[in-house]
Design a protein around this ligand. Sequence first.
Ligand SMILES: [Zn+2]
Length: 342
Amino acid sequence: MRDWSRPGAYPVSPGIHRIPLPVPDPGLHAVNVYAIEDDAGITLIDGGWAGQESEEALDLALRKLGRKLDDVRRVLVTHAHHDHYTLALSLRERFGARVLLGEHERPTVLAGFRSGPLAQEGLLRRCGASGMVVEFARALRDQELPAELVRWAEPDEWLSDGERIRVGEYMLDVLETPGHTRGHLVFQIAEAGLLFSGDHVLPRITPSIGFERAPEPLPVSSFLDSLRRIRTLPNLTMLPAHGPVDTGVHRRVDELLVHHGDRLAAVRGLVGAGEETALAVAGALRWTRRDLPLDELDLVHRGLAVLETGAHLDLLVGDGMLTGSTDSGGTFRYWPSSAAQR
Ligand SMILES: [Zn+2]
């Protein structure tokens, strides 16, 4: 077990505790939720993954603080992924906690009520990866929660950029940081120098981009803008959803900006060398911290890698570096734009 994922309640600042909860995805190890105490009870930043194991871990951690699950009176959720949102929904069902989520998560939350094809199926075909569609969609559906665990639902309140929320002695600023998901939020406590960074800035993982039911058209572009936005803030202590607390968020933001800059350059170079589809470009790149080839990733991560490559390519088309068109089979083929060659 990674050190940071060991169960417990770890002090971050007076009245603020980091609580790692288990997740069924072994690659993530755990998800950090943060408990902020005040006279009225507990405000959580993020919920965790619904299920008995998470709930028991949260209960144990809260008891160390002299609190209980029914002291949680609200949950501020950074985004609608299962490991952040679904335990918040079950805390509402069971104990009446209020659930607050970014307003631009609405399309994805509403899409969660519908069955039928996932947006990613069409996107994979466009990437030239038709052969992955059926298995990828099945793997995604297998990850979905059984209905008896928690009912998928809208939050009590949609949060917008610039809102301020008082929690005890602290004032939280709500900042929209689209990219990882289109409605992702981070929460800043300026006076304590803290940033609850959700999955937007993670110390060890490069966050996936646009992995959601209703993705936006250019998620990489939004993600890079959101990283630059964090770079305009003071160098706050990063309280991430996965991984240990880090004393300065700027260093990691810079690393992520360099990573994506390198990726954009590599992707552009591969199209210049004759690769035409997102699948072909992704197959020529290396993936994860271990530099694995595409076909050594598990199916879900292979699909995500292809989709992310498609997002990088589309960003270069948007910037005029590349151009292209859809062929008769529905695959988008890229080539260097003549303007960029001159
Ligand atoms: Zn996430």
